[in-house]
Design a protein around this ligand. Structure first.
Ligand code: GDP
Length: 538
């Protein structure tokens, strides 16, 4: 039972068994470290797909559906996130995909609000790379427990201690070995499983088979000498002894607080180390955790259904113009057809055809539990940050929108299509693909993004999905701040700065900056008005 106990400090009542067996996690990594390959193998063991390789094949088939997806493919980036569910060894796993490109950090941030743990994949030859570091920082902000998988051990990689040191230093994170590699590159035999005292041998002939597993009574057990050549065995003994002396033992509390990570070594392409990692997620990653709302914390053990939208994906099928809102269920047992309150509008919503992404394709789901991710097709009512409840006016916190760092004017190539453009931009903004600002003076729109590549994505999507060629042009502004404060002070602020004012797609006032000096001046002149670079989505 301790494995399924909620985090200490939140003495929630025991979780229903269906919730307790759930593990909702994301994989973070630098492009090329092996996230796709690992995902395939997880699904393969999860019985969700028959043969590895199908995730990719399936992905290709999907991508042909729209030109936007084609662009995604050409650039080798994954713009859209999805969630997949599978069962393994009595546990129910929800794997939430994180967008892989660094330009999509805001999307990634929100994805990480929907999970309870993360698997960090690193390439054994490359160590901690830039994107891993950035994603890790987000996990740290959220105090997410992290399990590490050091991949590609079948290739020449760094010394084991060197890899561990680098993680400890680069990420200020304690590392405890869950397994220890026996040799590397061409001499890589497999791993010694320190937690279960087993030797796992990799099968190079068949990439999809389970590793041979030999239970031993320590490394002096003669059974170890039967399968490991003497030189490698003596080195393994030395290294493991040193590791036990120098590295901290596994401590569940430090792991749950996100300050210590267990590391597994393996080779995703050879299916090696993958099951041990899955077992690690099953045994150590926490079950669904409480979620913070403005009025109170919502515990996963509560009976009433609650959830929040962390992602909206529009035009998954261009023919239908549908949108799918991805909802993380925070509590309760959801049943298809349930009427939930859409808190932002105050209106009831019958959730008639919720989908769960069962590894290979989306399917209508009859029920779901706290911790699960369900997709709700809708026509735009559901936005990022929206709460669904059985009646309570909850507002989940911690789902931020960041001020964009890059801004451009956007115009329709055909001026008669301005209304059409407004609709397309509003939809993209609601989906979270960009920030949209309408200047209070003059006409036109300004789009804001966090990474430059997003401009191309937006222009391409407006063209492909809405049939509207657009031009993006430089703007005089280089930053945006949301403003808040007492009503009359905000009105006075707006009156005095009209040339700088805009509204975002929710109609909230935003101050657009040209120079740092602008900001310094308005902060000095309007001490009662708060300017912020982050807005928490309602
Ligand atoms: P992603 O960008 O993180 O999703 O990485 P992929 O899963 O697409 O893998 C990147 C490349 O590394 C591909 O060519 C994989 O075949 C290869 N790869 C993945 N895992 C391993 C492994 O364990 N060993 C070796 N040698 N190559 C691997």
């Amino acid at each position: 039972m301790p494995d399924d106990a909620p985090m200490i400090g939140h003495n929630a009542p025991a979780l229903p068994p269906e919730v307790a067996r759930r593990r909702t996690f994301a994989i973070i990594s630098h492009p090329d470290a092996g996230k796709t390959t690992l995902t395939e193998k997880l699904l393969l063991y999860g019985g969700a797909i028959q043969m590895a390789g199908q995730v990719r094949a399936k992905g290709e088939a999907r991508r042909t559906r729209s030109d936007f997806m084609k662009m995604e493919k050409e650039r080798g980036i994954s713009v859209s996130a999805s969630a997949m569910s599978f069962e393994y060894d009595g546990r129910w796993f929800n794997l939430v995909d994180t967008p892989g490109h660094e330009d999509f950090s805001e999307d990634t941030y929100r994805t990480l609000t929907a999970v309870d743990a993360a698997v960090m994949v690193i390439d054994g030859a490359k160590g901690v790379e830039s994107q891993t570091r950035k994603l890790f920082e987000v996990c740290r902000l959220r105090e997410l427990p992290i399990l590490t998988f050091c991949n590609k051990m079948d290739r020449e990689s760094r010394e084991t201690f060197e890899i561990i040191d680098e993680i400890q230093e680069a990420l200020a994170l304690d590392v405890t070995p869950a397994s220890w590699p026996i040799g590397m590159g061409r001499d890589f035999l497999g791993c010694y499983d320190l937690l279960n005292n087993r030797i796992e041998l990799m099968d190079r002939a068949d990439r999809n088979t389970r590793a041979q597993s030999i239970k031993i009574a320590g490394l002096d057990d003669p059974k170890a000498a039967e399968v490991i050549p003497p030189a490698q065995l003596s080195r393994l003994r030395e290294e493991v002894e040193m590791a036990r002396e120098l590295l901290p033992p596994f401590d569940r509390q430090s792991f749950l607080e996100g300050t210590l990570t267990p590391i597994w070594f393996g080779s995703a392409i050879n299916s090696f180390g993958v099951q041990e990692l899955m077992q690690g997620v099953a045994n150590h990653a926490p079950p669904p955790q409480f979620r913070g709302a403005a009025s109170r914390d919502v515990a996963a053990s509560e009976d009433k259904v609650t959830g929040f939208v962390f992602k909206v994906q529009a035009n998954m099928d261009p023919k239908h113009r549908d949108r799918v809102a991805f909802v993380r269920l925070c509590s309760g047992h959801f049943l298809r057809g349930m009427k939930l309150k859409h808190v932002r509008s105050g209106k009831p919503m019958a959730i008639a055809s919720p989908v769960m992404f069962l590894a290979s394709d989306r399917e209508i789901t009859e029920d779901a539990w706290a911790g699960d991710i369900i997709g709700i097709p809708n026509h735009g009512q559901l936005r990022i940050g929206d709460a669904l409840t059985e009646g309570e006016d909850l507002r989940f916190t911690g789902i931020p929108a960041f001020a964009p760092e890059l801004l451009q004017n956007v115009r329709a190539a055909d001026p008669m299509k301005a209304k059409h453009l407004e609709k397309a931009l509003t939809q993209l903004a609601e989906e979270g693909a960009a920030k949209l600002f309408k200047p209070m003076l003059g006409s036109g729109w300004i789009v804001g993004v966090v990474g430059a590549l997003q401009f191309d994505v937006i222009a391409s999507r407006i063209k492909e999905e809405y049939g509207l060629p657009v031009r993006l042009e430089p703007t005089q502004f280089n930053g945006a701040r949301w403003i808040s404060g007492p009503k009359e002070k905000v009105e006075a602020f707006i009156g005095a700065n009209r040339g700088h004012m805009a509204e975002d797609h929710d109609g909230d006032p935003v101050y657009m900056t040209r120079l740092q000096w602008d900001l310094d001046r308005v902060v000095r002149d309007h001490p009662d008005v708060k300017l912020t670079a982050v807005k928490e989505t309602l």
